[in-house]
Design a protein around this ligand. Sequence first.
Ligand code: ADP
Ligand code: MG
Length: 234
Amino acid sequence: MPFDAIVAAARKEKRLMLTEVEAKQALKEAGIDVVDTRLAKDKAEAQRIAREIGYPVVLKIVSPDIIHKSDIGGVKVGLADEAAVSAAFDEIMAATKKANAKANVHGVAVQAMAKQGTEVILGMSKDPQFGPVLMFGLGGILVEVLKDVSFRIVPLTRRDAREMIHEIKGYPILEGYRGQEPASVEKLEDTLLKLSEFVEAHEEIKEIDLNPIFAYRDGLTAVDARIILEEKTG
Ligand code: ADP
Ligand code: MG
């Protein structure tokens, strides 16, 4: 589905948050690498898609009313077979109901289980003065506790992208620390530039959050994505 159609569907339902499935589809079309992610409306469909993708898989709640999925028990990783998918499906639905009995549920996202990499995050927010700004940082505890992030105004040049990556304090981690796999800085630069282009082309986006992205020696993959739309004006 093209981005305009995804936005139209969200507007029709009067929601500003795109689901993870919609957000990843849009980012994929923008040339950003994302984990293979598909929407299943019921358990049987989840099992069929899991078989297509190949085990192990990850299941997540898809609901415009649930923003932080793992906080409510809406994410199950490392599901090894059909029985595990069945149990995870039931657990996710029960947890969602408990968290918000009125939540509008689209189904579950079935996705490939990505191999662990260096966790990084990419974001876009709008500054009242400068407009869209991209953020780059290391994921997990590092970004939450140390706020080790860098910012640049859209549109980014390749030099901006390179500087953003090099100027965080945790940069040595990306070079490979104590035998840890290094991250491809070139691929991170490419991804920042593609995100900058995507943001420039779509003024109707208010906020983007790719958290986390797993970065590897030879590439990367976004395992979670969130896009928030601007309230409609005019
Ligand atoms: P939340 O809405 O809570 O941020 P996420 O989609 O980020 O939910 O999932 C929570 C965590 O589960 C991620 O930070 C990541 O460590 C792990 N995870 C999520 N999706 C995948 C995946 N496809 N492959 C591997 N790990 C994943
Ligand atoms: Mg997340």
